[in-house]
Design a protein around this ligand. Structure first.
Ligand SMILES: [Zn+2]
Ligand SMILES: [Zn+2]
Length: 234
């Protein structure tokens, strides 16, 4: 009886089927070997600031970062946002497939090994917020469980100090310029606070970096020293 109870609990945390292709698994893993092999880690050389892949090690930052004011020190991701990774994030985020949550939590932690994050003292982890209308529509905040996992792993507080004041930023295909423009003033502090020290921003995906940049700007304006960011994929 007791043994069955524990088996059920462990089955909950480690499903016996691959989360991506549903193939039965012998090991307690989230994905089968084939699916693990389809998730592509980001590798060096990449932009020091936004982690965009670069053609060689002589370059330190990408054209995109050279061209604009970046408010965060570095945005780190563990994986390419394409193929199976893109599919898994879409199933979780838009398809509301909560069974993928433990897998994605495990995957975001891999980004924390990046040397750019080593030895930095953070005050807290800050999730990039959803607009409340978007959250109501979706039924959950997809970033919060990722931020919670990072906070737990680095033994940091989770502080949801930001809010999204405009729901306009999810216009897929609206073009980079329009997206950047739309994000001006899209984030604010949830309540007036003065911040001190370094903060670690968490989002699911980095595309143009505009979201993280705006969030970092708000945190700096509130008194934060420096901002780093971690996303699952870019
Ligand atoms: Zn699989
Ligand atoms: Zn860059």
């Amino acid at each position: 009886m007791i043994k069955n109870f524990f088996l059920t609990l462990s089955d909950l945390f480690y499903p016996q089927h691959c989360a991506a292709c549903q193939k039965a698994l012998r090991e307690k893993e989230f994905l089968c070997e084939d699916c693990w092999n389809q998730i592509e880690p980001l590798s060096k050389p990449c932009c020091d600031i936004c982690s965009h892949p670069l053609p060689n090690f002589d370059l330190k930052i990408c054209n995109n970062c050279a061209d604009r004011k970046i408010h965060f020190v570095a945005a780190v991701s563990a994986f390419h946002y394409r193929g199976l990774m893109q599919e898994l994030i879409a199933r979780y985020k838009y398809g509301r497939d909560q069974s993928l949550k433990p897998l994605l939590q495990q995957l975001i932690v891999k980004a924390l090994k990046d040397e750019r994050l080593c030895g930095i003292d953070f005050v807290a982890v800050v999730p990039v917020p959803l607009h409340f209308l978007r959250e109501r529509e979706r039924g959950f905040d997809q970033v919060l469980p990722l931020a919670r996992q990072v906070a737990q792993f680095r033994n940091l507080a989770l502080q949801s100090v930001l809010k999204r004041t405009s729901p306009t930023s999810y216009q897929a295909g609206s073009g980079r310029e329009k997206r950047l423009y739309n994000l001006e003033g899209a984030f604010a502090l949830r309540r007036a606070t003065s911040l001190h020290g370094n903060y670690l921003l968490i989002d699911d995906v980095l595309t143009t970096g505009a979201t993280l940049n705006e969030c970092a700007k708000v945190l700096l304006q509130a008194g934060a020293d420096q901002i780093w960011a971690v996303t699952l994929a870019r």
